[in-house]
Ligand binder design. Structure first.
Ligand code: ATP
Ligand code: LTN
Length: 334
């Protein structure tokens, strides 16, 4: 709790252009929750460098992500939107928590296994300890609720385990956070391989809808989306491609899968795909307009980074000091 309000923390990596999956699975929920809570929404650039990044591109993406958070509807006066590397407490707490985390539990993380397979030439220690830095992010702000996509569930569980382990030794230092998954834990799948999640680092551009894709590109990608040969629009386990398109359509229009099945009863895949494309483009249109305006105003964005970075640091430092004291570090004379 901060100032009598429950705390929300979440973050995204500036590791590529945000996708429709990022928006429907996470960002949209953040906006919905932001009124009731004290919120921290972080651009996690330190996590991003677990995979090689070009420095100039990374710098650009951090600004773009800040602008997208705002364009998606997060008011930076009310929500603490900031950059992870601007608050050194994250890395400092991560080091301490590393000493309360077992290598075995980190090696069991699905994301670690997936990313090590994908980047076999660079299985660095940061890739392994990624969840510890994430735990530090969350625990620094005494977070109550973490809204993320379902793929992050395992990371939330390890965060809770680390916090409980620490609290068992030193008393109630950390709030134990809960995950918030939103509606049925929306998981948007790749348009080219519906058994894998839509991911911003996917090399196949047709697999992914980016939040900044224009209307034509959006519709073209949906037209090319992989479906099946059953030729009917039904929400079924056996039709993962169509199911994914129905999920996307429902998330954009507020309709239910049953209503969608009825709406497109007897219609072909072609017609349905165009309808999904239109619904997505309509959703993205206003967001893209706001985004362009915000990004163009460099000093506005910089001001927000500075003020909010300082705000975040104030709360983070409080928890870090408490932790340092608990583990036996000698207090720094100021
Ligand atoms: P990368 O491909 O670089 O690993 P990513 O696209 O998985 O990135 P993250 O920055 O790791 O994105 O995730 C940001 C947030 O978006 C997280 O809360 C995550 O759960 C959510 N998210 C990512 N992809 C999807 C998806 N396909 N469906 C639903 N939510 C998603
Ligand atoms: N690992 C997360 C990004 C992330 C995060 C966090 C999310 C880093 N730190 C803290 C919630 C809370 C991901 O979405 N891939």
């Amino acid at each position: 709790m901060i100032d009598g309000k429950k705390v929300i923390f979440s973050g995204m990596q500036p590791s590529g252009d945000l996708t429709l999956g990022n928006y429907l699975g996470a960002l949209k929920n953040w906006v919905q929750l932001s009124d009731e809570y004290m919120t921290f929404f972080c651009v996690v650039d330190e996590h991003a460098i677990t995979v090689r990044q070009d420095p100039a591109t990374l710098r650009k993406r951090v600004r773009e992500l800040m602008a997208l958070y705002i364009a998606a509807g997060l008011d930076p006066e009310k929500n603490c939107i900031y950059v992870q590397s601007h608050v050194s407490c994250h890395a400092e707490l991560a080091w301490i928590l590393n000493c309360f985390t077992y290598v075995g539990e980190l090696q069991r993380m699905t994301q670690f296994k997936d990313k090590s397979a994908k980047h076999a030439d660079n299985i660095n220690a940061g890739l392994l300890t990624y969840p510890v830095l994430m735990a530090a992010d969350i625990l620094l702000y005494q977070t109550d609720v973490v809204p993320v996509g379902i793929d992050q569930k395992q990371h939330l569980e390890i965060t809770r385990n680390i916090a409980e382990r620490f609290n068992n030794i030193y008393g109630d230092v950390f709030t134990i956070p809960d995950i918030y998954l939103g509606k049925a834990g929306t998981r948007i799948m790749s348009l080219q391989d519906p058994l894998h999640k839509m991911s911003k680092s996917d090399e196949n551009d047709n697999a992914t809808i980016h939040l900044l894709d224009g209307r034509d590109a959006v519709i073209r990608k949906f037209k090319r989306a992989i479906t099946d040969s059953e030729a009917q629009i039904r929400y079924r386990e056996e039709q993962p491609g169509i199911r994914n398109l129905i999920d996307i359509y429902c998330a954009c229009t507020g309709k239910t899968p049953q209503e969608t099945e009825k709406e497109f009863d007897g219609k072909g895949y072609g017609e349905f795909k165009i309808a999904v494309g239109e619904a997505v483009a309509d959703l993205l249109d206003p967001l893209q307009k706001r985004y362009k305006e915000i990004l163009a105003d460099k000093s506005y964005l910089e001001g927000i980074m500075k003020t909010n970075g300082e705000r975040a640091e104030y709360y983070a430092r409080k928890t870090l000091r408490k932790v340092q004291k608990k583990v036996g570090f000698v207090e720094k004379i100021r």
